[in-house]
Structure formats: structure tokens, C-alpha cells
Design a protein around this ligand. Structure first.
Ligand SMILES: Cc1cc2nc3c(=O)[nH]c(=O)nc-3n(C[C@H](O)[C@H](O)[C@H](O)COP(=O)(O)OP(=O)(O)OC[C@H]3O[C@@H](n4cnc5c(N)ncnc54)[C@H](O)[C@@H]3O)c2cc1C
Length: 451
């Protein structure tokens, strides 16, 4: 059994905020099912949500659930994460964010909206972080997490072969105004990153693309959620609550009877829940990232204004003397541990360094300072590209539940781009008990799993 959670419990069990109109639906949520929402009034109990996982997916959903709270619809959210905030792939992510497919620089599915929503969440997190009161506790925390949340230095991608050059050129013509792709020549590219290799005399510069510090961003987003709860309580929306439990959920059955909605944001570990094991069309892929530093005896550092670099290996700049280099792709791995053995780190360096030095030979001066890894949950390819998996999954979970189970998973290697918009969509669907609010491209995987 789970520990007593922090929300107010309703003594009357008869009120169910998401009672479905169709009585024969067994609590399933197939498309087209009409649902009614009995909004909670101040005298009635809030809507109880369990959010499993505190990564990009979980915290985006938490923020959007809270944002949709009102006097009539108050939410109590328990977040469960066995490690804590950023305990999975999100916490180790390279943090590169732009709305294009990395290989083709092609705009991804709903790229403009996804880009806008992600930038919005980044700003919310930054604002929360900067508005904190300075106490000895926050000062200590600041020292631990010293540095940026969002680095706005842009991202540069040199063309590495003719095919790549043509594709990138084509896509630069059709880029978003809010995230331009500018073809630049070798001299301009080298004015941004001295000594950069630009084999075909053209590089593609995305001045508005960013890289984030994932761990700091997630901490800041959680803080923004906490602030919102405080704001809601002081504006008379009492009853809205948010609690983070550092606890593993081993099966969905453990949560039975506790919640109106359970939203599964467990990344690659969603498949490890017994109820979902082998039932999600996800492949896993472990990635190792190396942390490199420039030794003190090397005078010429990486300019604070220079962009991060994207190529067969990427360099996510953390500061003039610190960068992350990534990433490896070990398909079918089940190893989700962030720790990297000496042997695994050596193998990763052997793979990544030649790729990185093909574009940035200066990387040879940098020294290894550590490595970390995460397990990606890779979704299947659809006519719209590889899209995350969303939807109500009561059919998969089985049983006759009054609680609705929802999945937000399969963010693959684009968690940052997708987490904002999709977190918003699933929060709306959960609160209104209406899966039709989620575009069918994202829920169609479930019909295939059922057939
Ligand atoms: C090496 C690497 C580099 C990457 N670089 C980028 C990048 O530059 N840009 C980008 O957009 N994306 C990148 N990604 C992809 C991105 O990290 C993922 O898409 C994203 O983190 C997935 O987020 P999530 O919230 O779905 O899952 P996770 O971040 O994995 O979150 C799941 C959470 O659930 C918790 N959990 C798991 N099981 C349980 C349980 N049983 N009970 C309780 N809690 C549990 C975990 O502790 C974890 O905190 C990268 C991924 C890797 C591995």
C-alpha cells in the first residue's frame, strides 16, 4: 500500500469527477466515447491525480493540470518517482532543443506548436527560479546547481556530405520564422566557432535553438508548480495540492481506490510495470553522454556566445570550459542506470571522439570528466514520423476501474520538444475525461495494440 497521500479525502465516495456517460464502456476510453465531467465545487472534493514519473513528461503534465485548476476544478496531484526529480532519461539528456529532425533538419510533427509550448515552459521555469527568495538554503542549492537553465547560444550544424547539404538547404527554405535555419559559409561559421571544420563550405545555423541544463530545468519547473499551488490557495482555490513522493510504484494495482486518474510518465520503465509489460510498442535504447572539460593549461576557451554543435556526435556547451558530448545508441538495452562503468565510458569515448573531432578538432584538448547514461523509450515510426504514445489505457490495464489510467510515453530522443504541447494535451484530456482532445496520430498506437 502507498503511504497516506497529502490530499484532502472526500468522505462521500459517490462523487466521481469523470463518470463516463456510456455505462457499458467498462471504464474504457475508446475514441468517440462521450464523457461528462462533474466539476468539483468548493464543497466537493478535488480531483485526485497520481503522476508516475518526474521527468520532462511528468512535470509538464503536473504544470498543465495545475494551470487548468479553477474554483470548480481543483486538483490534488501526487507525483511518484523512485529516484526523484529528473531520475530517468530527462535528468541526463543533452538538453538540445530545436523543432527539426536532426538528420534532415525537417520540421517535425506540429513543430511550430511544440516549439512554442516548450519555450513557454522553459520561460516559466526560469521565472520561478529567478523569483526565489534568497535564503541560506536556496544559496546552498544555487551553489550546487550553479549555472544556466537555458543557454541561448544557438546550434550550428555543418553539412558533412553532398546529400546532407542538399537536404539541409531545402529545409532551410521552409524553416519556422521563430526558429530560422540560416545557411552560412565557412568564414561565418568559423567566426562563431573558431577552427570548426566545414567540409562543404556551408553550415546551418539555428540562432534561436537552445540547450538547457536538464536537471536544473526540472528542479525549476517543479518549483514553478509549487508556486502555482501557493498562488491558487491564496486566491481562494484552496484544496489544490501537489506532493512529490520519492517512491517506486511496482504495479498499478497498488494505486487502486486512491485516485480518479493515474498518468503514467515512466519513460522507458513504463514497460516494466506488470500490467503493461510487453504491451507497449516501445523499443529501448541506452545512450551515454561524456562530460569534457578544458584543462587550465589550455588558454583558448570556448566563447560563452558560441553555439552548440550538432553532427554525427553533438557538443552541448555548458560554459567556456565545460561541455557534454553525446551520444551513443545501444538498442534493446534494459539498463536504465545512470552510472557508467569505466569500460562503458571508454567504449563511448572511442565511438564519439572521432565523430566530434571530424567537425571540431579542438575537442582533442578537452579531458574526460565523467559520463552518465539514460534509457530512451523509442516509439514506432508512423506516417507522421516517430510520435510519442498518448491516451487512456484502461483497456490495456484491464479490470473494471473507476480510475482512469493514462499513458504519456515514448518521447524517444525528442523529449524536450514534445513535452510542452503533449503535456498540455494530456492534462486537458485527463481533466475533461475526453480522449478526443488528443490528436488521433498520438493515440492510434493503442488501436493497433488491441487488434
Ligand atoms: C543520452 C541521452 C541524450 C538525450 N538528449 C536529448 C536532447 O538533447 N534533447 C531532447 O529533446 N531529448 C534528449 N533525450 C531524450 C529525452 O531525454 C527523453 O525523451 C525524455 O527524457 C523522456 O522523458 P520522460 O519523462 O518520458 O521519461 P524519464 O525522464 O525517463 O522519466 C521517467 C521517470 O520515472 C521514474 N520511474 C521509473 N520507474 C518508476 C517506478 N516504477 N516508480 C516510480 N518512478 C519511476 C524515473 O526515476 C524517472 O524520473 C536524450 C536521451 C538520452 C538517453
Amino acid at each position: 500500500m502507498l503511504p497516506p497521500s497529502c490530499f484532502i479525502r472526500n468522505p462521500s465516495p459517490t462523487f466521481l469527477p469523470w463518470e463516463w456517460k456510456s455505462p457499458g464502456s467498462r471504464g474504457g476510453c475508446s475514441r468517440g466515447t462521450t464523457s461528462s465531467v462533474l466539476l468539483s465545487s468548493p464543497s466537493q472534493r478535488p480531483v485526485r491525480c497520481a503522476l508516475l514519473g518526474a521527468g520532462f513528461a511528468g512535470l509538464s503534465v503536473a504544470w498543465h493540470l495545475l494551470q487548468h485548476s479553477s474554483k470548480e476544478l481543483r486538483v490534488c496531484i501526487d507525483i511518484y518517482d523512485e529516484v526523484g526529480i529528473g531520475g530517468g532519461a530527462s535528468g541526463v539528456s543533452g538538453g538540445l532543443l530545436h523543432p527539426y529532425s536532426p538528420k534532415a533538419a525537417k520540421l517535425l510533427w506540429r513543430g511550430a506548436e511544440c516549439w512554442k509550448e516548450s519555450l513557454n515552459l522553459l520561460s516559466i521555469a526560469e521565472a520561478a527560479w529567478h523569483s526565489r527568495e534568497s535564503t541560506s538554503e536556496t544559496q546552498e542549492f544555487d551553489q550546487e546547481l550553479n549555472g544556466f537553465i537555458v543557454r541561448r547560444g544557438g546550434i550550428l550544424r555543418p553539412a558533412m556530405d553532398i546529400k546532407n547539404l542538399n537536404v539541409l538547404n531545402d529545409n532551410a527554405q521552409n524553416c519556422l520564422a521563430s526558429c530560422r535555419i540560416e545557411p552560412i559559409d565557412k568564414d561565418t561559421a568559423q567566426s562563431l566557432v573558431p577552427k570548426l571544420c566545414v567540409p562543404f563550405n556551408t553550415a546551418f545555423y539555428m540562432p534561436k535553438a537552445v540547450n538547457i541544463h536538464s536537471q536544473r530545468y526540472l528542479q525549476a519547473l517543479f518549483l514553478a508548480c509549487e508556486n502555482l499551488v501557493k498562488e491558487l490557495s491564496t486566491s481562494g482555490f484552496g484544496g489544490t495540492k501537489l506532493c512529490l513522493h520519492k517512491k517506486s510504484v511496482n504495479k498499478l494495482l497498488e494505486l487502486q481506490g486512491e485516485y480518479d486518474a493515474v498518468i503514467i510518465c515512466l519513460g522507458a520503465k513504463a514497460d516494466m510495470l506488470p500490467e503493461l509489460s510487453g504491451r507497449l510498442p516501445l523499443r529501448t535504447c541506452r545512450g551515454v553522454i561524456a562530460h569534457l572539460q578544458l584543462p587550465d593549461n589550455i588558454g583558448e576557451d570556448y566563447s560563452d556566445h558560441s553555439p552548440s554543435i550538432l553532427s554525427d556526435a553533438w557538443l552541448a556547451i555548458q560554459g567556456p570550459r565545460s561541455l557534454y558530448m553525446g551520444s551513443t545508441w545501444e538498442w534493446k538495452s534494459r539498463n536504465y542506470l545512470p552510472n557508467v562503468s569505466a569500460e562503458e565510458a571508454t567504449k563511448a569515448l572511442q565511438e564519439l571522439l572521432p565523430k566530434a573531432s571530424a567537425i571540431y578538432p579542438g575537442i582533442k584538448d578537452w579531458t574526460f570528466a565523467g559520463a552518465r547514461a539514460g534509457l530512451r523509450a523509442m516509439p514506432p515510426l508512423t506516417p507522421h514520423g516517430s510520435l510519442p504514445l498518448l491516451g487512456c489505457i484502461n483497456d490495456l490495464v484491464g479490470g473494471n476501474h473507476t480510475c482512469k489510467y493514462w499513458l504519456f510515453g515514448g518521447l524517444g530522443s525528442r523529449g524536450l520538444l514534445y513535452h510542452g504541447l503533449l503535456g498540455k494535451l494530456i492534462a486537458q484530456a485527463v481533466l475533461l475525461g475526453n480522449e478526443d482532445l488528443i490528436p488521433s496520430e498520438l493515440t492510434s498506437w493503442r488501436r493497433k495494440s488491441n487488434s
